[in-house]
Design a protein around this ligand. Sequence first.
Ligand SMILES: [Zn+2]
Length: 308
Amino acid sequence: MQPEPETLTAEFNTLAHVARDPALELRKKAKRKALTVFLAGKLIELDTDNVKAYRNMYYCNSALEQDGQELKEATYCKNRLCAVCGAIKTANLINGYMPELKKMSDPIFLTLTIKAVEGRFLKTAINRMNATIRQIQKHLTKYHKVKLFGLRKLECNYNPKKNTYNPHYHFIIDGEAKAELLRKMWLQYNPTCDPRAQKAIPADMDTMIELFKYATKIIAKDGLIHALQIDVIYTALRHKRTIQSMGIKKQVDEDEREKVIYDHLAPDNTNWIWNQEATDWINQETGECLTGFTPDKELKLLFEQLRE
Ligand SMILES: [Zn+2]
């Protein structure tokens, strides 16, 4: 697993009542919002069948209503490409599944891949992967009396060097022998895939948290955003579950949002509207900025690339 570029690292929000570092949290949110608006703008320009979803994403969290020391968002787009919603989803998944994952005596992080595919074959390839993994799981229960406990996550990245796509699964599975069996069967069902890419390693906190992050990397290995290819992945993953639990239950609803108190804000009843030029939410009455976020060099460079 390659490390994600800093700009996309999903520092997950705390769901505690009082934000731990409210000023920092809001700056991080501004960064995610700025990135999402740029990406959405580029995706809207493509004018594909997904344009409506991208427009929703563009306006996600654009208006914040301050009620005392709370900030209420009118809209959450819940788009899987939205970094603002993604961070919330990641935090909720961690809260929901981590207690179960922590109970595992022998947690294994397993990666299963297929041979890279061209864009036009991606949707079919993912459908086939899903059918195969379901078949294997059924087979394991029926003939091996093996029930898998853990999580399965579907991800897909774009490889700009080869202009191909790499759909793959990450699993957290309890038990090395079970993970090995699954790996072996995957290779039987997918004889063309590289055995070395099917890796099983002991899972730790980091790998578990990694599992709850984005289903696709917005910034490719070359440090660029490839909107056209992101749209291909989005289309292929649309209406598909990317996180699937196996024999474990989520403890809280992932949509549950606890209210956050930003105790550094002066209590007020006012509205903040996103301004992409300022990369911040602006107070409609006073003109002041909410977070004080300023893009770093890396983010500015990325925005330059997107303007072209
Ligand atoms: Zn959103």
